[in-house]
Design a protein around this ligand. Structure first.
Ligand code: ADP
Ligand code: MG
Length: 531
C-alpha cells in the first residue's frame, strides 16, 4: 500500500514512488527456486482489547490504557471480546476458510518484559478457522494467476512494547498495546518470488480493510508480517527456511526476500548449509542479519488455557456473518472498472488507498466519472502527497471536491484556477467551500472577449517582432503568447476563448495556426474537458 512519506515533495516523486511500490520481480538465479510462506499478525479493529474492556490505542500517552488484566495482576480472569470474534469470523469467511464450530485457547510461554503474563493466550491446537485461499490474478499484476493457500487463522493477544533507546541502560515498557486482539493468518508455502509475496500482502490488506477487521497498516504496526524463505535446486525438495522479521513496508519486505534468497543460494553453492533462524533486514546494506536461533514448539511449553472455555460458533452466527460481508476487493474491482469504465491501474490505486474509493464514488454521483476520477486520483492525491498527508487524513470533504469540479465544469473558473483552489484547501485544511475561496481571491474565469482582447493587444504591442513571426506563418511563438496571457491572468483566462481572441488579434485564422502547429482543435477541446 502506498503511504506518503517525508521525502516525497513533488507530484513527480509521488508517482515514481507509486510505481516503486509495485516492485517488479527480481529474477531468481537460473536453476534455483525460492519458496515463501507468510505469517501475518493483523490487529483486530475493535474498540477494546481481546480479553479486557480497556480501550485499544495507537500513539497515546504511554501506559494510559492498561487495566489489571492487561498488566496480568494475580487472580484476574480474561473475558473474550465478542466483537473481535465477529471480525475474525468475517475475515475467515472472506478468505474462504473453514470455520471451526469449536475452537480453544492455549498458553504459549515465553519470557519478555513486554508480555506481563509470561505467556501469550493464542489458539494453537484448535484455531477459529482452517484452510482458505487468496487468489492472485492477472489483474493483480501476475502473468498467470495463482492460489495461495491459507493454513489457518487464529485469535491471539498482542504484547506490549519494550523501548530500549530512551534511557541508556534501561528498558522502558509501554503496555498500551498489551492484550490487543490479533488475527494470525498463516499462508502455505505457495509463493515463489518477492513480487508474489508483495502482491499477497497487498491483497490481504485490501481484504482486511474491506471487511473492516483491521487497519492493516504495516508502517503503523497494525499489520506485521513474518516471512519464511527457503531455496532449493529446481526439482529437489524444499530447503530449510529462515524467518524474516520486523519488515514495515511492502517495499522492504520485497527487498529483504530478494536479499535472503541471494544469501541462501550463495551459502548452498559454496557447500554450506542453511541454519533455521530468525533474521532481520538492514535496508541500507541491503542484507539480512541473524537475530536469533529458531525456537521450536517445545520451547514454548504450550498448554490449554484453563481460564477460557472453548469458543462455540453455531451455524446461525456463521450464516449471519456471511450475509453481512461487504463487496470484496476482486468483485469491487470488476464492478468499478465496468461501472466507471476505469483503467486497471486506477482501480488498483483506489482499492489500495484506504478511503479513496468510497470518496471517489460519493463525489462522482451525478458527475462525470472520468472528470471526477481525474480530480481525485491526480489532483487531490498529488496535493496530499505534496503536503505529506495520507488519504485517510484527507482534509477535503466530498462536498468540497464535488463543488470544485462543478465550478470548473460549468466554466465559473478555469482548470488551472481549480487546481490553485484545491491547493489552498489542502494546505490550509480549509473548511471553506471552493466558491468562497474563488470570491475571496477574485479568481473568476475571464471569458469575455473584450477583456481578453485588451490583454492580447497590449502583449502584441509590447512584442512586435515575436508577433510578426506568427503573422508571417510561423506559429511557433503562439504558445508563448498564450502562456504570457495565462501568466498575466494567473491562469484565469478561458483557454478556448483566448486561442480565438489571440489569433484574431494577430490577424490570423486559428485553424491555420493549429494546422501548422500540428495541434488540432480536438486536442484543445480535450484539454479543456479534463481540466
Ligand atoms: P513457526 O511456528 O515455525 O513460525 P508456522 O507453522 O507458524 O511455523 O509458520 C510456518 C510458515 O512457514 C508458514 O507460512 C509456511 O508457509 C512457511 N513454510 C513452511 N515450510 C517452508 C519452506 N520450506 N520454505 C519457506 N516457507 C515455509
Ligand atoms: Mg509462527
Amino acid at each position: 500500500m502506498l503511504r506518503t512519506s517525508r521525502y516525497i515533495k513533488t507530484k513527480t516523486q509521488y508517482y515514481i514512488l507509486r510505481k516503486a511500490t509495485f516492485v517488479t520481480a527480481k529474477p531468481i538465479k537460473e536453476g534455483w527456486e525460492a519458496v515463501i510462506g507468510i505469517e501475518v499478525h493483523a490487529q483486530i479493529n475493535t474498540k477494546t482489547k481481546l480479553f479486557s474492556d480497556t480501550p485499544t490505542s495507537f500513539n497515546e500517552p504511554v501506559n494510559s490504557n492498561v487495566s489489571i488484566i492487561d498488566a496480568a495482576f494475580p487472580g484476574v480472569q480474561p473475558r473474550l471480546n465478542q466483537h473481535a470474534v465477529q471480525l475474525a469470523l468475517k475475515t475467515a469467511l472472506a478468505l474462504k476458510s473453514n470455520i471451526q464450530t469449536r475452537s480453544t485457547f492455549d498458553r504459549k510461554h515465553y519470557f519478555y518484559p513486554d508480555l506481563p503474563q509470561g505467556y501469550q493466550i493464542t489458539q494453537q491446537r484448535e484455531p477459529i478457522a482452517r484452510g482458505g485461499i487468496i487468489r492472485l490474478t492477472e489483474l493483480d499484476g501476475l502473468d498467470k494467476s495463482i492460489d495461495v493457500g491459507i493454513h489457518q487463522l487464529q485469535l491471539e493477544q498482542d504484547t506490549g512494547k519494550s523501548i530500549h533507546d530512551m534511557r541508556p541502560g534501561y528498558t522502558l515498557l509501554d503496555l498500551n498495546r498489551a492484550g490487543t486482539g490479533l488475527m494470525e493468518i498463516v499462508t502455505k508455502p505457495d509463493l515463489r518470488s518477492s513480487f508474489q509475496a508483495g502482491l499477497l500482502v497487498k491483497k490481504l490488506q485490501a481484504i482486511l480493510r474491506c471487511v473492516g477487521s483491521s487497519k492493516a497498516n504495516m508502517e503503523e504496526g497494525s499489520m506485521r508480517c513474518d516471512i519464511n524463505v527457503s531455496v532449493h535446486k529446481m526439482g529437489e525438495p524444499f530447503g530449510t527456511r529462515c524467518e524474516l522479521k520486523n519488515l514495515n513496508s511492502v517495499r522492504f519486505l520485497s527487498m529483504a526476500i530478494d536479499a535472503e534468497i541471494d544469501r541462501q543460494i550463495h551459502i548452498l553453492e559454496s557447500g554450506g548449509i542453511i541454519q533455521a533462524e530468525t533474521r532481520g533486514f538492514d535496508a541500507i546494506a541491503n542484507k539480512t542479519f541473524k537475530l536469533r536461533g529458531k525456537e521450536s514448539a517445545p520451547d514454548y511449553r504450550y498448554m490449554p488455557e484453563p481460564d477460557l472455555p472453548p469458543l462455540y460458533l453455531d451455524q446461525y452466527t456463521i450464516d449471519q456473518a456471511r450475509s453481512s460481508l461487504p463487496e470484496l476487493p476482486d468483485q469491487c474491482r470488476n464492478r468499478i472498472m465496468e461501472q466507471y469504465n476505469m483503467a486497471l491501474n486506477d482501480a488498483n490505486v483506489l482499492l489500495n488507498e484506504p478511503g479513496s474509493l468510497d470518496f471517489f464514488e460519493k463525489v462522482s454521483q451525478g458527475r462525470n466519472s472520468k472528470t471526477t476520477l481525474n480530480w481525485t486520483l491526480h489532483e487531490l492525491f498529488g496535493q496530499l502527497a505534496g503536503e505529506n498527508i495520507s488519504f485517510e487524513n484527507n482534509p477535503i470533504s466530498t462536498q468540497q471536491l464535488g463543488s470544485l469540479i462543478d465550478l470548473v465544469t460549468d466554466g465559473t473558473i478555469t482548470g488551472p484556477t481549480g487546481k490553485n483552489v484545491l491547493k489552498i484547501m489542502v494546505q490550509n485544511k480549509s473548511k471553506l467551500m471552493p466558491k468562497e475561496i474563488v470570491q475571496e481571491k477574485g479568481w473568476l474565469r475571464i471569458g469575455d472577449e473584450d477583456s481578453l482582447k485588451t490583454l492580447c493587444e497590449t502583449l502584441i504591442a509590447k512584442n512586435p517582432e515575436k508577433a510578426n513571426t506568427i503573422k508571417q506563418g510561423d506559429p511557433k511563438l503562439f504558445k508563448w503568447f498564450i502562456g504570457q496571457v495565462m501568466k498575466d491572468t494567473k491562469g484565469m483566462a478561458d483557454p478556448v476563448a483566448l486561442n480565438q481572441v489571440l489569433s484574431n488579434a494577430l490577424g490570423c485564422r486559428l485553424e491555420d495556426i493549429e494546422k501548422n502547429q500540428g495541434t488540432s482543435t480536438k486536442k484543445l477541446k480535450k484539454s479543456k474537458k479534463t481540466k
